[in-house]
Ligand binder design. Structure first.
Ligand SMILES: [Zn+2]
Length: 116
């Protein structure tokens, strides 16, 4: 199932004429998820993970900038708040929900094996 999903993800990305990958809301969700996992690690005693989490949030912003400036700004605000205050609890669930709604994605479909 996971392999099927990853293969589908890799094949669904469009390329520009110059070969750059077109930004993708699913990759945004992946970066938000990775940032959450890294923040949990950071708070378990792996402080370097904090910086990696910030990087993933920045990547998440880039993935939706073409789709919605407001959405990218929402993620950016969470990232900048976390950067100023490492104890800040990012509302990862809210970010995922906002991206999913904006991109018209239903995450429960993935759990049933139905790709959008
Ligand atoms: Zn993607």
């Amino acid at each position: 199932m996971i392999l099927k999903f990853l293969t589908w993800m890799a094949n669904r990305h469009l390329r520009t004429k110059s070969g750059d990958r077109v930004p993708c809301p699913l990759c945004c969700l992946k970066h938000i998820g990775q940032a959450r996992a890294l923040m949990l690690e950071a708070r378990k005693g792996y402080p370097n993970s904090f910086w990696f989490a910030l990087g993933h949030l920045a990547e998440a912003e880039d993935e939706v900038l073409h789709m919605s400036q407001d959405l990218a700004s929402l993620i950016r605000e969470e990232r900048k708040t976390l950067e100023r205050n490492p104890g800040y609890q990012v509302d990862f669930d809210s970010l995922v929900e906002n991206v999913s709604i904006s991109a018209n994605l239903d995450p429960t479909k993935f759990l049933r094996g139905n790709m959008p």
